[in-house]
Design a protein around this ligand. Structure first.
Ligand SMILES: Cc1cc2nc3c(=O)[nH]c(=O)nc-3n(C[C@H](O)[C@H](O)[C@H](O)COP(=O)(O)OP(=O)(O)OC[C@H]3O[C@@H](n4cnc5c(N)ncnc54)[C@H](O)[C@@H]3O)c2cc1C
Ligand code: SF4
Length: 564
């Protein structure tokens, strides 16, 4: 089975557009600009993982972990889970062709309208009508939908019964999962979801509507060249306005990494909040004039993952994988139910609590994580059965999202990205989330476990999988790093100027100037679609977002697209 990516040996020196990173933002840019007839290269630092090859056993999962902390680093640079241990906060992001979409839960929600009415955004975002069009396009391509069987799932019922006592009725949030199966907008024939619960380990069925199965497949179909193991270090502008993209090759199998320089008149950064901010910070260190706001307004989106252990009701929220590790159980997608705590007066108080599923490959580690001296108790002996039938059948996992003050800051420390947010753990959102989750867990008869790894190398810092900001939007360079179209402000222009570096864009989570209060993928995708619509106007490009016709390809055989 073949994939979408090519060997870096085939990369050319020059393209019309170089897209850096291949998550939601990068995927949208690659698809739309390839549709516009541009010669596009996508540079992704991670590797391509085809449907069927995501980790399903614990040893495989362990190999998919790369951890970077203060003066330490373990794991392969192409491992899927990229954990950054920070002194103030930890961050988890995805690494691979498709970015975070490969390992996320796929919850796709529009934020409350008050989020975009905040004066922190440039006015055009709420006013020019293209945000709504961007969201519509994102929805047409990612097809968010609620599980029609959600209310029948044990984990949904567990949330329902715990929530009821507290006066909350869950709803089934929309997720980027194909529950019916069928050919998607990019011409990929996605099978129906088996409700195996392994979304956050990577979907081995092909039912999760990832960026790889949509925007990247579409980009490749329209001639974009996709390269993996290509980590961009920084960008620099030539006198004639050409961008030089400095790339580190990570495909050397242990040999010393080699560097390449590629050129293009347009560079679109879609390397994610951490990746794009780091590239810009390094580019500034190499002389590019960028806003003083660069690195600022980092938000964790009030996001946490937490657990309830010892509930008196069944939960069934450990994935069974595909092929299933046990028969006759339907777990559901990683998120099937959500409790919404609204506040019409104070947006900051709003919370979304989602019941989550841990991927099956993590099952063997659960006894060690949750039972003191689990190893000695021999809990590892009957791992699989124990996990599905024993106390772990009652383990509740929660993903919760809200708002924070976006007061984090990225800096370069010895040429590497560092997150600084001294009072992060005192953000009021964490107390609110603890209180709500404690009541839900207590109502289910269990105990709240905020972080089973607290006190280990993880310390007691909060952790997020929704990093946002660092290259936030603003009206001008004094209050933002990019404008409402994602164009990067040129700080060499006079103060107050809205001049931009022609041809340099950011289109990912880094451009958010604040928390969103809902899971961010749909907003990132919608804003990237919006940025492409503006780019089409500015450069006189023509493209549509019509679904692809013709022969459909299988999720595990995307390479057929290139071969055709
Ligand atoms: C376990 C988990 C569960 C989640 N669940 C949800 C959910 O249910 N709903 C939701 O909305 N969000 C969820 N998220 C968050 C969501 O996936 C991210 O917000 C989203 O993927 C960010 O999109 P992006 O385009 O900004 O960047 P990413 O998707 O992070 O993509 C950036 C890409 O750029 C690559 N890259 C980075 N640096 C470089 C470089 N220097 N050179 C080349 N390439 C580079 C990365 O490897 C990555 O592939 C979850 C995240 C995780 C980790
Ligand atoms: S539940 Fe299983 S089949 Fe369905 S989207 Fe998630 S990983 Fe894929």
């Amino acid at each position: 089975m073949a994939g979408l990516s090519r060997s870096l040996d085939q990369v050319k020196d020059r393209y019309d557009v170089i897209v850096v990173g291949s998550g939601y933002g990068g995927g949208v840019a690659a698809s739309r600009l390839a549709r516009a007839g541009k010669r596009v290269a996508v540079l992704e630092r991670g590797r391509e993982v085809l449907t069927g090859a995501f980790p399903s056993r614990f040893p495989d999962l362990k190999n998919e972990l790369q951890v970077t902390g203060k003066r330490m680093r373990t794991g392969s640079s192409s491992a899927l889970y990229d954990v950054r241990l920070g002194e103030d906060m930890h961050v988890l992001v995805g690494c691979g062709l498709g970015g975070g979409s490969l390992i996320n839960a796929g919850v796709a929600l529009r934020p409350d309208v008050r989020v975009f009415n905040d004066a922190v955004w440039p006015g055009q975002i709420a006013q020019d009508g293209l945000l709504d069009e961007g969201f519509k396009r994102a929805e047409r391509w990612l097809k968010p939908q609620s599980d029609p069987r959600a209310a029948m799932l044990t984990k949904y019922k567990a949330l329902q019964s715990a929530g009821k006592g507290l006066g909350y009725e869950p709803i089934a949030p929309t997720v980027t999962v194909s529950f019916e199966g069928g050919v998607n907008a990019a011409g990929v024939d996605q099978p129906a979801c088996t409700r195996c619960g392994d979304c956050c380990g990577g979907c081995n069925v092909g039912a999760k509507t990832s960026v790889a199965l949509t925007y990247l497949a579409d980009a490749a179909r329209h001639g974009a060249e996709l390269f993996t193991h290509a980590a961009v270090r920084h960008v620099a502008k030539d006198k004639d306005g050409t961008w030089h993209v400095h790339v580190r090759r990570l495909d050397g199998n242990g040999a010393a990494p080699q560097d390449l320089v590629l050129c293009a008149p347009v560079v679109v950064l879609g390397a994610g909040t951490l990746g794009s901010t780091e590239i810009l910070l390094r580019s500034r260190a190499h002389g590019l004039a960028l806003s003083d706001r660069l690195g600022q307004r980092f938000s964790a989106n009030g996001d946490i993952i937490a657990f309830g252990y010892g509930a008196n009701i069944p939960v069934d929220a450990i994935g069974i994988g595909h092929p299933p590790k046990i028969e006759g159980v339907e777990i559901g997608a990683a998120v099937s139910g959500q409790i919404e705590i609204d506040d019409e007066h104070d947006l900051a108080q709003e919370l979304r609590v989602q019941e989550g599923v841990l991927p099956s490959a993590l099952a063997p580690a659960l006894p060690v994580l949750f039972i003191p001296n689990g190893r000695l108790l021999g809990a590892l002996k009957s791992l699989i059965n124990g996990v599905y039938k024993g106390p772990f059948a009652k383990l509740q996992t929660f993903f919760a999202v809200s708002h924070d003050s976006a007061a984090g800051r990225f800096v370069l420390d010895d040429d590497d990205l560092k997150l600084v947010w001294p009072n992060a753990k005192d953000e009021p959102v964490y107390k609110r989330l603890d209180a709500v989750l404690t009541s839900i867990v207590t109502e289910a008869g269990g105990s709240y476990v905020k972080n089973p790894l607290a006190g280990t190398v993880m310390g007691h810092q909060p952790a997020t999988a929704h990093p946002l900001g660092g290259a936030g939007m603003g009206r001008e360079r004094a209050d933002g790093v990019v404008n409402h179209k994602g164009q990067v402000f040129d700080a060499s222009a006079r103060a107050g100027s809205t001049a931009v570096h022609e041809g340099l864009y950011v289109v990912d989570g880094a451009v958010m100037p604040r928390s969103l209060g809902v899971n961010p993928l749909l907003t990132i995708t919608g804003l990237a679609e919006r940025a492409m619509l503006h780019m089409a106007q500015d450069y006189g490009l023509a493209f549509d977002d019509a679904a692809v016709g013709g022969t459909a390809v299988a999720p595990a055989d995307l390479g057929a697209i290139i071969a055709a």
